[in-house]
Design a protein around this ligand. Structure first.
Ligand code: DWN
Ligand code: ZN
Length: 407
């Protein structure tokens, strides 16, 4: 039996998605023989209630000099991070003298650029060189290393304690969460705060958005599991703020134990999670059954369209789509190609399923009959700009929260 990555207790494995490739491991035909696979199986810890992967590939296999995800590809996310930065400046940083902000996993600088523009001392820590280079060319101070206690000491020696440590869609990627919590605790001022947001377990269970489960997401957090994990390192959960991003996320605010008064929203959220059974195995057994039903329904739709010789493409070569396509058993007989706006993905094949990824222009050139909305978390933004696809008679295939074909 495996041990919890946070508290060391035995964990409860309730399902497996089978052998999976690296979710962002878009590849050329030549690279197929070396493609890396691992067993994607989530598990749940009864002691600290952390939802986690049993096995995760080495970080260097996932985050490297040609990491395929650039945060700034969505306009909605650009606005979201402008607001996030604005909230931090107007909230925790207000009235502080010469504050210092550190962001873990700062990607291409989508959030830190607002601190830079406001003349605030900042430092991004981004291990993937290519996205970090984009941030550096924008004048954002960035170092390319993995964060843990050692690096915290180096940052401390060079810049002093931080008023705020931020992270967005990063914390859930880091397997050694205790090491990060230790590092953050050491780096923060006594009245500093850690603010991070990630896809929320409550939303994932409610929407059966099993595509949040892939190699990079070693954890899917709840308020309960976050409170437990960080309390072990002297950090207290003092606020929780639900977010619409990435299909339903939660922003967590933590501070050195006893330094801030916790918002009543924390206790309400913890009670809500107990009420919905997020701390009990039944919720996960039911989730497994819903995943299987979703897979069957989605493949019924795609198989029927194949029989009727309809053109079907995928929209958005997301990391999440790697789980969906591999778990459901899709191939290029179901999906002609995946349209994506990210140049680094163009001309490559999707991980595991080897479906071509093509520039967005190919989608527009000759609209297909159907498009699977893999980037469903950007659904509002995408539907608004694809009115011409619908006008051409095209239809979306949705699979979250349920399988549905709609104009
Ligand atoms: O946690 C993570 C999140 C924040 O980002 C990472 N582990 C990796 C990544 O996950 P993802 O790839 O599932 O993220 P997105 O934001 O759902 O990816 C959207 C993809 O769709 C990108 O490749 C860009 C593309 N896209 C597009 O082709 N047209 C996106 C939009 C909005 C569009 O209009
Ligand atoms: Zn545990």
């Amino acid at each position: 039996m495996s041990a919890c990555r946070v508290c060391g207790s035995p964990i409860y494995a309730f399902m497996t998605f089978g052998r999976m490739p690296i979710a962002n491991g878009f590849l050329t035909p030549k690279e197929i023989p070396q493609e890396h696979f691992f067993e994607l199986a989530p598990a749940f810890c009864d002691a600290c209630h952390m939802f986690q992967l049993i096995e995760q590939p080495a970080p260097e296999k996932m985050f490297h000099g040609s990491y395929a995800f650039y945060s700034s590809t969505s306009n909605y996310m650009q606005r979201h991070f402008a607001e996030f930065a604005g909230d931090v400046m107007a909230g925790v940083l207000a009235g502080r003298k010469d504050p210092f902000v550190v962001e873990l996993g700062s990607n291409d600088g989508i959030m830190l650029r607002h601190f830079k523009n406001a003349g605030i001392r900042h430092l991004g820590i981004e291990p993937s060189q290519n996205v970090a280079d984009v941030a550096r060319t924008r004048g954002i101070n960035t170092i390319s290393e993995f964060f843990a206690k050692d690096l915290a000491s180096k940052v401390l020696a060079l810049h002093g304690h931080a008023d705020a440590v931020l992270a967005a869609n990063v914390m859930c990627h880091i397997p050694d969460l205790p090491a990060v919590a230790e590092g953050v605790r050491a780096l923060l001022k006594p009245d500093g705060v850690l603010i991070f947001e990630d896809p929320y377990l409550g939303d994932m269970l409610e929407k059966t958005s099993y595509d949040q489960i892939y190699d990079e997401h070693v954890f899917v957090f709840s308020a309960t599991s976050v409170a437990n994990a960080f309390a072990r390192h002297g950090l207290e959960l003092i606020d929780v703020i639900p977010q619409k991003t990435h299909g339903g996320s939660m922003r967590y605010v933590l501070a050195p134990m006893g330094s801030h008064r916790a918002s009543p929203k924390v206790e309400i959220r913890l009670r809500w999670e107990r009420f919905w059974g997020l701390d009990a195995p039944t919720a996960y057994q039911r989730f497994k059954q819903r995943c299987e039903i979703s897979r069957e329904r989605l493949m019924d739709v795609l198989t029927d369209l194949r029989k009727r010789k309809k053109r079907v493409v995928g929209y958005g070569a997301t990391s999440k789509s790697t789980t969906v396509m591999n778990y459901c058993g899709m191939d290029s007989s179901h999906i002609e190609f995946i349209s994506d706006t990210t140049p680094i993905k163009h001309g490559k094949l999707t991980p595991g399923t080897h479906i071509p990824v093509r520039p967005y222009e190919e989608f527009v050139k000759e609209y297909p009959h159907y498009a699977v909305l893999f980037a469903w978390n950007h659904g509002a933004e995408i539907r608004a700009k694809e009115a011409a696809f619908i006008a051409s008679g095209g239809k979306w295939i949705h699979f979250v929260p349920e399988v549905k074909v709609a104009a």
